[in-house]
Design a protein around this ligand. Structure first.
Ligand SMILES: NC(=O)C1=CN([C@@H]2O[C@H](COP(=O)(O)OP(=O)(O)OC[C@H]3O[C@@H](n4cnc5c(N)ncnc54)[C@H](OP(=O)(O)O)[C@@H]3O)[C@@H](O)[C@H]2O)C=CC1
Ligand SMILES: O=C(O)CCC(=O)C(=O)O
Length: 451
């Protein structure tokens, strides 16, 4: 491996590990990017001299705060909240908020780091950030969730703003939570401004933001297949997750003529050999979102399906796979199983769902593998379009936004080809996305000098 920042790759990674003790997810995300960037910048002295890679791998700031709230029984509860503002070289910090018991500073730092490259790939002027809390929304009443969101925003509001940092949803944060947080921001500041995206359509939200991440991941997959003269017609798809990203990815696969075989949640996965049709997807959406139910209940509703507890769906043979639940849910052995079973393409709807061993195996097998920072960028892209609509005080039509989303995903695919074409018909999409995203942010940083 070539030299970077005047140190070699192992020394660089040793430094990252030493400066971020115990932050395994963050170190993993930096390694996945640095593996490609080292070669790219080997002969580019200005990036070394300005320590660009080292600087991108150090968040601008990490804000951590206490979130106190009162549960329905009158107990005082204490959670930790964070906002990681990774890099604002090309625009205001932008990225979701996650409420899940597994949230740590390491998880949010990896997500904010990834978001920086993803947002650059969209072509829109957005920097990278991410926030959240170890609050567990499962089993909480709507009033408890409202009180938590209000308390979270009572601290967060001082760190964000329409031209500063614009959060959105992520795991455990959907339209309802964005509503509670936006209401509190408005109440504290007395400003109606585009400070959050994923808002309701009646109060500044954008059409297709809800669908955009899942749809975008399938558009990216369709672009990869088209580059090989193929499409989704008749292809079988294995999908993990059953939340926002998974259900909309499933919906778009079905619309484009594919057959979805699985969905999952943290309890296990369901396998429906007859295919998960639009009617069944609508049931899952209502069950997981409104009834807050479990995916295993699918088997009581739709005969012929089976539930496997405590497992991920990667052993079900398929043509294409879309991990759409969470980080590190697809391991090296799963990657080997998918490839051995004939899977030709993987499009990551989630952020970093494939661990490093899995990524290396997909690259080695030379299948079409789209990393999350490219494949799931449709969500934040439409968030960027929501910001534009808020600034202009207008709303674009659904057809206009659908076309813009398709164009942005095709543009990201093209950027990946520019930097990832390895010859002989193999595109390394990981390398393509890493370099294209890095270059845009790095060049902006060079323009600013040492800041
Ligand atoms: N929403 C968006 O616009 C975007 C989301 N993403 C990424 O997509 C992924 C899914 O997000 P989204 O659909 O919005 O979130 P949701 O909260 O809507 O759904 C999350 C889904 O993943 C499952 N899940 C969560 N954590 C785990 C876990 N530790 N193990 C197994 N299953 C788990 C949940 O199961 P259960 O119900 O049991 O908790 C649920 O099915 C995340 O990686 C997110 O960062 C990326 C880009 C944009
Ligand atoms: O829409 C956004 O701002 C953020 C979406 C997000 O969190 C992500 O892309 O991972």
């Amino acid at each position: 491996m070539a030299v970077s920042d005047h140190v070699d790759f192992p020394t660089f990674m040793e430094g990252v590990k030493k400066r971020n003790p115990g932050q395994d997810e963050f170190v993993q995300a930096v390694q996945e990017v640095a593996e490609d960037i080292f070669d790219f910048i080997a002969d580019k002295e200005e990036y070394h001299a300005q320590q660009i890679l080292r600087r991108i791998a150090e968040p601008d700031r990490v804000v951590s705060f206490r979130v106190c709230w009162e549960d329905d029984a009158g107990n005082i509860r204490v959670q930790r909240g964070w906002r990681v503002q990774n890099n604002n070289a090309i625009g205001p910090y932008k990225g979701g908020i996650r409420f899940h018991p597994s949230v740590t500073e390491s998880v949010l730092k990896f997500l904010a780091f990834e978001q920086t490259f993803k947002n650059a790939l969209t072509g829109l002027p957005m920097g990278g950030g991410k926030g959240g809390s170890n609050f567990n929304p499962k089993g909480k009443s709507v009033r408890e969730i409202m009180r938590f969101c209000q308390s979270f925003m009572t601290e967060l509001y001082r760190h964000i703003g329409a031209d500063v940092d614009v959060p959105a949803g992520d795991i455990g944060v959907g339209g309802r939570e964005i509503g509670f947080m936006f209401g509190q921001y408005k109440r504290i500041t007395n400003e109606f401004t585009g400070v959050l995206t994923g808002k309701g359509l009646e109060w500044g939200g954008s059409l297709i933001r809800t669908e955009a991440t899942g749809y975008g991941a399938v558009y990216f997959l369709a672009n990869m297949l088209a580059a090989k003269g193929q499409d989704l017609t008749g292809k079988t798809a294995v999908i993990s997750g059953s939340g926002n990203v998974a259900t909309h990815a499933a919906e778009k696969i079905v619309q484009l003529g594919g057959k979805v075989l699985t969905l999952s949640d943290s309890g296990g996965f369901i396998h429906d050999p007859d295919g998960i049709t639009q009617e069944k997807i609508d049931w899952v959406k209502a069950h997981k979102t409104h009834r807050r139910g479990r995916i295993e209940d699918y088997c009581d509703e739709f005969k012929g399906a089976s539930f496997t507890a405590g497992k991920t769906p990667w052993g079900v043979p398929c043509d294409v796979a879309l991990p759409c639940a969470t980080q590190n849910e697809l391991l090296g052995e799963d990657a080997r199983t998918l490839v051995a079973n004939g899977c030709i393409a993987v499009s990551e709807g989630a952020n970093m769902p494939t661990n490093l061993e899995g990524v290396h195996h997909f690259k080695h097998a030379k299948i079409m593998f789209a990393p999350g920072k490219a494949a799931n960028a449709g969500g934040v892209a439409v968030s960027g379009l929501e910001m534009s609509q808020n600034s202009e005080r207008r709303s674009w039509k659904e057809e206009e936004l659908q076309q813009m989303l398709k164009d942005i995903m095709a543009g990201i695919h093209k950027s990946c080809l520019t930097y990832g074409d390895q010859g002989g018909g193999y595109i390394d999409y990981v390398k393509g996305a890493n370099i294209a995203g890095f270059k845009k942010v790095a060049d902006a940083m060079l323009a600013f000098g040492v800041v």
